[in-house]
Design a binder for this molecule. Structure first.
Ligand code: XMP
Length: 316
């Protein structure tokens, strides 16, 4: 009889057998899969697990802080927190092409992770949050590649480790149930998908600190208001975008020239196609008021009505 408790007990046993008294490294992004792997491995091997969280400066508001809070403070994990924000922003300065941005973020990520891996001596295993659909999808390759995605992979030869992948039999909903069973907080287990390049692909064109701050603050307001309206578990993905152009407006009786914030809220089954959530006008109105009042350098809010296709979910 298969249930989540038994699954966890079995995996704990298997991991202990595989790892023995050796050390395991994990890139802990704070996404559902890596968080659940971390919780499971902490239960199995405690401080033989070494987590590295790279903050690329493109995280949502309070996201890196919550990784530290949950894993270091509550679960006593061995966690290296790397604030690489400056480094990423410098590498991205002036780069406006979406694919170039994605490549820089991906390769910089691997470089930072690699540097941290080298500092930790005597690592034998690399843990990964591979889940069943990852294996199936890479096996069939039905999806045409529209954008380069990034995941940790492509480490140099002298840094190749044996893999620990305790979730590779699970579907996403099972991974979430596993996380709940392991005591992870709901907001971590039920978090919406977030792209590896993070807010970098939502701060369109060449990233500036000013617009990055605007997209992060607007996103935090959107998430807060969606939760209040009971939409946070209903809508598949919702976020804000700040483009790299300004429009004319009027504030305090004077002309202003500032950025718009675009809201996107979509539903999908497999992210290959998506429909727009018909968000209640009153909810949109409240979000708009708050963004215009609270977010600096913004004078306009728009709602993206485009399904996928032809629009992709992210703007870059
Ligand atoms: P698009 O924009 O291609 O996005 O319609 C489909 C889904 O994938 C997410 N996405 C990513 N996820 N690394 C990821 O792990 C990435 O580089 C990446 N880019 C897009 C996107 O948020 C949406 O859920």
């Amino acid at each position: 009889n298969w249930n989540m408790k038994n699954f966890i007990e079995d995996q704990v046993e298997l991991v202990r057998r595989q790892v023995g008294d050796r050390k395991v490294l994990l890139a802990l992004s704070g996404g559902v899969d890596s968080s659940v792997v971390a919780a499971l491995l902490i239960r199995a091997i405690g401080n033989q697990l070494y987590c590295v969280h790279v903050n690329h400066g493109l995280m949502r508001k309070d996201e890196s802080e919550s990784v530290v809070r949950v894993f270091r403070d509550q679960l006593n994990a061995n966690l290296t927190y790397v604030d690489a924000s400056e480094r990423f922003l410098n590498a991205l300065a002036g780069v406006s092409d979406p694919e170039a941005k994605r490549k820089i973020i991906g390769s910089e990520f691997i470089r930072v992770f690699e540097e941290e891996a080298r500092k930790l001596e005597g690592i034998d295993f690399l843990a990964q949050g591979t889940i069943y659909p990852d294996i199936v999808e890479s096996g069939t390759k039905t999806a045409k590649i529209v954008k380069s995605h990034h995941n940790v992979g492509g480490l140099p030869d002298d840094l190749q480790f044996a893999l620990v992948e305790p979730l590779k039999q699970l579907f996403k909903d099972e991974v979430r149930r596993c996380g709940v069973e392991l005591g992870l907080p709901d907001e971590m287990v039920y978090r919406q998908p977030f792209p590896g390049p993070g807010l970098g692909v939502r701060c369109l064109g060449a990233i500036t600190r000013e617009r990055l701050e605007a997209v992060r603050e607007a996103d935090a307001i959107l998430r807060e208001e969606f939760a209040l309206a009971g939409l946070d578990h209903k809508v598949w993905q919702y976020f804000t975008i700040v483009p790299d152009f300004k429009s004319v407006g009027v504030k305090d009786n004077a002309r202003c020239f500032e950025y718009p914030v675009i809201i996107r809220a979509i539903n999908t089954v497999d992210a290959m196609t998506a429909t727009v959530e018909p968000v209640d006008w009153a909810v949109l109105g409240k979000i708009t008021d708050r963004i215009l009042k609270e977010v600096k350098n913004v004078n306009r809010v728009c709602y993206d009505l485009s399904p996928k296709p032809p629009a992709t979910i992210e703007w870059e």
